[in-house]
Design a binder for this molecule. Structure first.
Ligand code: SAM
Length: 249
C-alpha cells in the first residue's frame, strides 16, 4: 500500500524548503494541494514535475475517498498546503484521520510552521504554550473566546491577518488585562519580517503611528497568566507610576 506524506513547505522564504520535501514531492505519484496554482508555482521553482490534485475544505469529502483508493492501490501521495505545515489551520485533518483509521502509513515531513517560528524568536516563555489558531472575526465572539483562555499560564499563540491586529489588540487588553507582554511577529522569513513587543496599548500606538505594520501575515503571542496573583497588580502600579513620573516635571 502507498504512503501518505504530510509535507511542510515554506511560509514565505523559498530557501526554507527542505531537501527531503523536494525529494518526496518529486517521487510521489500524486500531490494533493490546497491550491494547485500556489503549489505549481512552488514546484516550478524547484523544477519538480508532479501530478496535482486539488484538496481543500470545500471538496475534501469528495476527493478524500479517491486519495485513499490511490493509497490502497499502492500509490504514494504527498499532502501540502499553501504555506507551512498541513493540518495546522490548513486542510488535511480528515484525510490523515481516515488514513490512520485504515492502518495506512502516514509520514510527516517537517518544515516551516508560523507558530513555532514566531515562538522560537519572540522572547516569551516557550516551555509551555497554547496554540489557538484564528480568533473569531467579531469582537464580542473574540472576547468570549479569549475569556476561555484567560487563566492559561503558557504563552498564547494566535494567527491573525495584520489588518485585524488593532481590533484584536483592543480585545486582548480588555479581556486579558493591559499588563501582559504581547509580541507581534509579522511577515516571518520574508523581506519585511518584524517583531514588535509591548503591552497592548503600546502596540496599538505603534501600529497607529506606522500603518505598514498593519499589512501582511501575523502571529500574535501573548504572555500567559502570571502564576503570582499579585503580580498583575504590581505591574499595573509600576506602569501608572512610570507614566506619572514621565508627566510630572
Ligand atoms: N499551515 C500554516 C503554518 O504551518 O503555519 C498556517 C496556515 S494559516 C491558513 C495562515 C496564517 O498563518 C496567517 O494568517 C498568519 O497568521 C500565519 N502565517 C503564515 N505565514 C506567516 C508568515 N510568514 N508570517 C507571519 N504569520 C504567518
Amino acid at each position: 500500500r502507498g504512503i501518505l506524506y504530510v509535507v511542510a513547505t515554506p511560509i514565505g522564504n523559498l530557501a526554507d524548503m527542505t531537501e527531503r520535501a523536494r525529494k518526496i514531492l518529486s517521487e510521489v505519484a500524486l500531490v494533493a494541494a490546497e491550491d494547485t496554482r500556489e503549489t505549481l508555482h512552488l514546484l516550478n521553482h524547484f523544477g519538480i514535475a508532479a501530478t496535482l490534485v486539488a484538496y481543500h475544505d470545500h471538496n475534501e469529502s469528495r476527493v478524500a475517498p479517491r486519495l485513499l483508493a490511490d493509497l490502497e492501490a499502492g500509490r504514494d501521495v504527498a499532502l501540502v498546503s499553501d504555506a507551512g505545515t498541513p493540518l495546522i489551520n490548513d486542510p488535511g485533518y480528515s484525510l490523515v484521520a481516515a488514513a490512520r483509521e485504515r492502518g495506512l502509513t502516514v509520514v510527516p515531513v517537517p518544515g516551516a510552521n508560523a507558530a513555532i517560528c514566531a515562538l522560537s524568536a519572540a522572547g516569551l516563555p516557550s516551555d509551555r504554550f497554547l496554540f489557538l489558531g484564528f480568533p473569531p472575526r467579531t469582537s464580542s465572539q473574540r472576547r468570549t473566546w479569549l475569556g476561555e483562555v484567560a487563566d492559561e499560564p503558557g504563552t498564547l499563540i494566535l494567527y491573525e491577518s495584520a489588518k485585524r491586529a488593532l481590533a484584536t489588540l483592543e480585545d486582548l487588553g480588555a479581556v486579558l488585562g493591559e499588563h501582559r507582554r504581547v509580541v507581534l511577529a509579522r511577515e516571518l522569513t520574508k523581506r519585511f519580517e518584524t517583531f514588535l513587543s509591548g503591552q497592548p496599548r503600546e502596540l496599538i500606538a505603534r501600529l497607529e503611528a506606522d500603518p505598514e505594520q498593519q499589512l501582511g501575515e501575523l502571529v500574535i503571542l501573548v504572555e500567559g497568566r502570571s502564576l503570582d496573583p499579585d503580580e498583575g497588580e504590581r505591574i499595573e502600579q509600576e506602569r501608572v507610576l512610570r507614566i506619572l513620573g514621565e508627566a510630572l516635571p
